[in-house]
Design a protein around this ligand. Structure first.
Ligand code: GTP
Ligand code: SPV
Ligand code: MN
Length: 598
């Protein structure tokens, strides 16, 4: 009989609870060896070498892209799988109508069978990681057990890892227990299961992004949103951006957009030229996840629990997102992009106008630019250290975070949603977030371009009943003395030919300027049935070729007929939540319909 490997043999902790749990997992998964990830550079370097030898990584041009690697995931495994993502709370009602649910016992049994022997002839890596700063009272610690080197090396970029985390955990049982195995990558047996009451996450048969980097969506959003409700704070799918005006005042906004709808781009935006000349500056605090707490000063403070960016590659270039591109110039892992064989660098649609002549596509096959096929997968990504970002905020490493002036919701809507509007007050703002809808993107498996409701951009990430989540937002509003103002934006309105009307990207600062003036110095606004929109004259459109006052009028128009239909859709959507729909939101819906019918 094979000898069972024991966690103790080379353990770097004496935490008995942890060691026993790891032994239980090892007994099921049957790895050939247990490897503790210390976080030390020598270990990571030797693991990167090993990944290259095994063909998991391809080392890129050391001069042009030092310490950068290309990884290709299985072609059937290129995005989050929402249909196979579960919230296994003890009671079904606690998962709510927007999550898949399975009884914990049933899921544990199912998974135990799937994990049985899944790490045979493989190493089992133990990654101690921290979401937020190690040692801070706000951080959440986790251990991810995985058989994937890609996961180890990605977690080393995306989170703070290693011995300091174990020291911070000490003998405590307070850490998230994460288990991941690639197993056979069988999509029919793929599960991403969360057990909020047990502080546990189990993922199997995937090797991609949000399915397997368990600190990110699984812990920092699904588990953390559950903990946040319990303990009086919030975990949100939001970027955090600092904006300095010519007077030298730095203000912060947090913005929730669904996957692949512009968070990373907004988080790193470069102001238009004449804004730069007059002294505007921007600072990135986070590009995907924000943890929000009420500070002693009665303001809402936001911090980014992550340590790196897992950003969408296609469309990223010098012009659209200089800072993101700069972040990927060293120590970066690229996943499912194309390989330019002439100089051993990477390429994706939109990086340069001229496609490479001698490239392999994201599957590793020779690529013909004339074929009409994409070279990079639409959801191809880069995993880059946040500290590479030229505009990273000095507050990035602050546990307390930054005070938030405005919360911004937004999505991809070809029609209906105006460029920007402001909610009437906090509860109306919660309503605005709850009715968000957006066209689906390549970040999830399934059809793209279908409009779906995605409240607060949290549809796939809320770890409990969405009705309770909305109530939590309303309750938080009562606790925040100096509440952020709440806005909604839409950069994606299109004309009759399907072209985007608003230039977007850096020019979005023109809208953020209006938002911040509304928050701090006042500016009048036009009241509409859905909220307040700017006077077109108040938006700076200097040096914009294709945008006139008339374009702005069009972009800011609230089409009452479309909005009446929209409210019918919301009423239908709200029915799902039954008794759990907060009264305040039902009242906001009634009031909005009333204003529309007046
Ligand atoms: P996740 O990482 O999946 O959460 O995505 P994200 O919200 O960070 O989206 P990201 O910033 O990566 O943008 C996704 C896509 O939207 C890219 O192809 C961008 O080029 C495009 N995009 C971002 N901002 C804008 C904008 O202001 N206007 C237009 N038209 N497209 C944009
Ligand atoms: C998203 O889909 O919102 C992402 C990428 O940020 S993933 O980590 O795969 O969830
Ligand atoms: Mn995201």
């Amino acid at each position: 009989m094979e000898r069972q490997v024991k966690s103790k043999e080379n353990a770097i902790t004496t935490n008995q609870y942890m060691l026993k749990w790891i032994d239980r997992v090892a007994k099921i998964c049957k790895p050939k060896q247990i490897v503790w990830i210390t976080g030390e550079q020598e270990q990571l370097e030797s693991l990167r070498k090993e990944a290259c030898e095994l063909g998991i990584f391809h080392k890129l041009n050391e001069e042009k892209l030092p310490d950068c690697y290309l990884h290709r995931s299985d072609p059937n495994d290129v995005a989050r799988v929402e249909g196979r993502t579960y919230i296994c709370s003890r009671k079904e009602e606690d998962a709510g109508p927007t999550n898949n649910w399975m009884e914990p016992k049933e899921m544990y049994e199912k998974l135990e069978n799937l994990y049985d022997g899944s790490m045979k002839d493989r190493e089992m890596y133990i990654i101690p990681f921290s979401m937020s700063i190690v040692g801070s009272p706000f951080s959440k610690y986790g251990i991810e057990i995985t058989d994937s080197l890609y996961v180890v090396l990605s977690m080393a970029i995306m989170t703070r890892i290693g011995k300091p985390v174990l020291e911070a955990i000490g003998d405590s049982k307070e850490f998230t227990k994460g288990v991941h195995s690639k197993a056979g990558l069988d999509p029919e047996k793929r599960y991403i299961a969360h057990f909020p009451e047990d502080n546990a996450i189990m993922s199997i048969n995937s090797g991609y992004g949000g399915n397997v980097l368990l600190g990110k969506k699984c812990l920092a959003l699904r588990i953390a949103s559950y903990l946040g409700r319990r303990d009086g704070w919030m975990a949100e799918h939001m970027l955090i951006l600092g904006i300095e005006n010519p007077k030298g005042e730095v203000r912060y906004v947090a913005a929730a957009f669904p996957s692949a709808c512009g968070k990373t781009n907004l988080a790193m935006l470069i102001p238009p030229k004449h804004f730069v000349r007059s002294g505007w500056k921007t600072y990135c605090v986070g590009d995907d996840i924000a943890w929000l707490r009420v500070g002693e000063d009665g303001r809402l403070w936001a911090s980014n629990p992550e340590y790196g960016f897992f950003g969408v590659a296609p469309g990223t270039n010098e012009k659209s997102n200089y800072n993101a591109l700069a972040s990927t110039k060293k120590n970066t892992i690229f996943t499912n992009v194309a390989l330019d064989r002439d100089d051993n660098t990477v390429w994706w649609e939109g990086l340069t106008k001229e496609p490479p002549k001698n490239a392999l596509n994201w599957k590793g096959e020779p690529w013909d630019p004339a074929s009409g096929e994409k070279a990079a997968h639409p959801n191809s990504r880069f995993t880059a250290p946040a500290e590479n970002c030229p505009c990273i905020s000095t507050e990035f490493n602050s546990a307390k975070g930054v005070p938030i002036s405005a919360i911004i919701f937004g999505g991809r809507r070809a029609k209906t949603a105006p460029l920007v509007y402001q909610s009437r007050d906090w509860n109306h703002g919660v309503f605005v977030g709850s009715i968000m809808a957006s066209e689906t993107t390549a970040a999830i498996t399934g059809e793209t371009g279908v409009v779906r409701r995605d409240p607060m951009a949290m549809l796939p990430f809320c770890g409990y009943h969405m009705g309770d989540y909305w109530q939590h937002w309303i309750d938080m509003g009562r606790k925040i003395e100096h509440k952020p103002k709440i806005f909604n934006v839409n950069w994606f309105r299109t004309d009759d030919e399907g072209k985007f009307i608003w230039p977007g990207f850096g020019d979005n600062l023109r809208i953020l300027e209006w938002i911040l003036i509304r928050c701090h110095d006042g500016f009048d606004a036009v009241e509409t049935p859905i909220g307040n929109v700017p006077y077109p004259e108040d938006i700076d459109i200097d040096n914009l070729e294709d945008v006139t006052i008339d374009t702005l009028k069009e972009l800011l128009k609230v089409d009452e007929k479309l909005w009446k239909e929209e409210m019918e859709g919301v009423r239908e959507f709200y029915k799902k939540f039954g008794k759990k729909l907060p009264d305040k939101l039902a009242a906001e819906l009634d009031a909005t319909e009333k204003r529309l019918n007046q």
